[in-house]
Design a protein around this ligand. Structure first.
Ligand code: FE
Length: 132
């Protein structure tokens, strides 16, 4: 498992490193996955853990890829009081990478809005089954 700072620097782009390992935030409306509407799974860009399904993606108009639920149990929640705000940070359980935050203003029934940096994610499209 990749853990050392130097290893992460080799594995990730500088932009990904800043988000995942330094809790950075990409500029809103810049992420390439923001408008992605394909069917598939969003994985951690650091360790490949499956984090969010396209079934739970929605357009929050905030400027980052948004999901109303996490896929499985691959996320940890941390209290974040930086930037003079009280927020809940979302991290990848497997590698500890910073993904974004979760807010309580999402759509029903979950009411959750996972606000995730596009750079922290890697999308893998589900291959359509061939019809016989
Ligand atoms: Fe990860």
């Amino acid at each position: 498992m990749v853990e050392k700072k130097s290893d992460w620097k080799k594995k990730l782009t500088p932009e990904q490193y800043h988000i995942l390992r330094e809790k950075g935030t990409e500029m809103p409306f810049t992420g390439k996955l923001l408008t992605n509407t394909k069917t598939g799974m969003y994985h951690c860009a650091g360790c490949n853990a499956p984090l969010f399904s396209s079934d739970t993606k929605f357009d929050s108009h905030f400027g980052w890829p948004s999901f109303f639920a996490a896929h499985g149990d691959h996320i940890v929640y941390k209290e974040d009081t930086s930037s003079f705000m009280h927020r809940i940070e979302v991290q990848c359980k497997k590698c500890g990478g910073h993904l974004g935050h979760v807010f309580d203003d999402g759509p029903k029934p979950s009411g959750k809005r996972f606000c995730i940096n596009s750079l922290a994610l890697e999308f893998k499209e589900t291959k359509k089954k061939k019809s016989i």
